[in-house]
Design a protein around this ligand. Structure first.
Ligand SMILES: Cc1cc2nc3c(=O)[nH]c(=O)nc-3n(C[C@H](O)[C@H](O)[C@H](O)COP(=O)(O)OP(=O)(O)OC[C@H]3O[C@@H](n4cnc5c(N)ncnc54)[C@H](O)[C@@H]3O)c2cc1C
Length: 423
């Protein structure tokens, strides 16, 4: 079958990989000059298979007023005259209950564990260097209340297949000595942590660039610098893609346009509840005193991932979730806040004197759905499939989502329950 993949982020490229391996003739269409230059570029690098609980949870509603009022809060809301934004928010609020949060967590764990198994196969089969490391992850807490709640959840998490241990303050420091730095504000407030040895990290952009080369070698065609303007449809089927360079036709189409996925299908009567949650990252050249394992500061919602890059060891710092529209423009105030979080938490991780602009600042739009589950597989349009809406977990869930979508297109049953991810 001839298949057009719309979008060359991690979702589109991994879908292209499995479809090409299954023997399909694949073309990837991307508006930017290279692959993975939008949200898949400098994300938090976490392959966070066991931490998939959605943002929409029962504890979120009381936290929202302080989050919105404090200018340095991890979540910011900038209201817009956009019915899409308000509808998304309403659906998000409706999803903020225990039952929905548990359901979403179970569904995402099924997909994330599947993705982990596929990642382990992938690294055995493909020789792509992307700073992949199976170093585990430590989520650290700043108050006993939060730590106790996390400890109470351990049994529930174990029943779902997550292997995790609660560590006291001294054990956290023994595992990650950078947490014992007396100059660190994070060290001063550290009370304990949850360690998940099976968590991994990897550089999503380098993975995508390596995958592009592999795909080209497999015969996949790339139409870069090609903006899709609209989809044409007739009789319940897509008949073609109209781009700024002309038309492209295929037998089947996969929508993988990240945070922008909703626009092209709206005129076809398909409503996708995807809205951008804007985040930021910095990539620090890491000194030997930087953290060596992945650390999440639970209170400040900032993740720190060590990455062994060709130019030297780096520390990827990522955080912030701003409901602020579609502009991928760096807000210097938010960037400075992320910089300060990192400087206070790990003062010896790098030389901070040159300021945030010297530390590879980046912003990206998480393609978020209100409930937190991605949109995968078939649609009411016969030859259109979805692989979008992965929010803060698109790198983690990439391989499982792509394999499942390719299986549905190929007519063989997917190994995850696709009804959990239906539009
Ligand atoms: C700050 C931050 C930290 C994150 N940390 C993590 C993490 O640690 N772990 C994790 O698992 N996930 C993380 N994520 C989420 C993850 O990065 C995303 O879920 C994932 O990259 C989404 O991939 P995608 O392929 O769906 O979208 P994208 O990477 O955005 O790809 C979509 C592509 O479609 C193209 N496109 C859009 N419109 C058109 C058009 N009209 N014509 C042609 N092309 C078009 C875009 O240019 C883009 O290249 C993070 C995100 C952010 C912002």
């Amino acid at each position: 079958m001839q298949i057009a993949i719309l979008g060359a982020g991690v979702a589109g490229l991994t879908t292209a990989y499995y479809l090409a391996r299954d023997g399909h003739e694949v073309t990837v269409i991307e508006r930017l000059e290279g692959v993975a230059l939008a949200t898949s570029y400098a994300n938090g690098a976490q392959l966070s298979y066991s931490y998939v609980a959605p943002l929409a949870g029962p504890g979120v509603m009381p936290k929202i007023p302080p989050w919105l009022l404090r200018p340095d809060s991890p979540l910011r809301f900038y209201p817009a005259w956009d019915p899409h934004q308000w509808r998304w928010l309403l659906e998000f609020v409706l999803a903020c209950n225990q039952k929905q949060s548990d359901t979403t967590t179970r569904r995402l764990l099924e997909l994330s564990f599947y993705s982990r198994a596929l990642m382990h196969d992938f690294v055995k089969q493909e020789s792509i260097e992307f700073a992949y490391a199976q170093g585990g992850k430590l989520v650290v807490f700043s108050d006993m209340g939060g730590f106790d709640s996390a400890r109470r959840l351990l049994d529930y998490q174990r029943s779902l297949g997550c292997e995790q241990d609660a560590l006291d303050r001294a054990q956290c420091i023994a595992l990650e000595p950078a947490l014992g730095d007396s100059a660190s504000a994070l060290s001063r407030r550290l009370v304990g942590g949850i360690h998940t040895p099976s968590e991994e990290v990897g550089d999503c952009y380098r993975f995508c660039v390596g995958l592009e080369a592999r795909l080209r070698a497999m015969g996949v065609k790339f139409e870069l610098n090609t903006e899709i303007k609209s989809l044409t449809a007739q009789g319940g089927r897509i008949t073609g893609v109209l781009t700024d360079k002309g038309g492209i036709a295929a037998d089947h189409y996969v929508l993988a346009l990240g945070a922008l996925s909703a626009f092209l299908v709206r005129p076809l009567g398909l409503r996708l509840p995807i809205y951008p949650l804007k985040g930021y990252s910095l990539t620090l050249p890491a000194l030997p005193t930087a953290p060596k394992i992945s650390v999440t500061d639970f209170k400040r919602k900032v993740v720190y991932a060590p990455l062994a890059e060709p130019e030297g060891d780096a520390l990827r710092v990522a955080g912030m979730a701003d409901i602020a529209g579609y502009a991928s423009v760096i807000d210097p105030v938010r960037l400075k806040q992320l910089f300060e979080e990192s400087r206070l938490a790990f003062p010896a991780a790098t030389d901070y004197r040159a300021g945030p602009n010297a530390l590879q600042p980046w912003t990206g739009l998480r393609p978020a759905t209100p409930k937190g589950t991605p949109l995968l597989g078939a649609t009411p349009i016969a030859n259109l499939s979805l692989n979008c809406g992965h929010g803060a977990l698109g790198w983690t869930l990439a391989l499982g989502s792509a394999r499942a979508v390719a299986d549905v297109i190929g007519g063989q049953g997917a190994k995850v329950r696709m009804q959990n991810f239906a539009v």
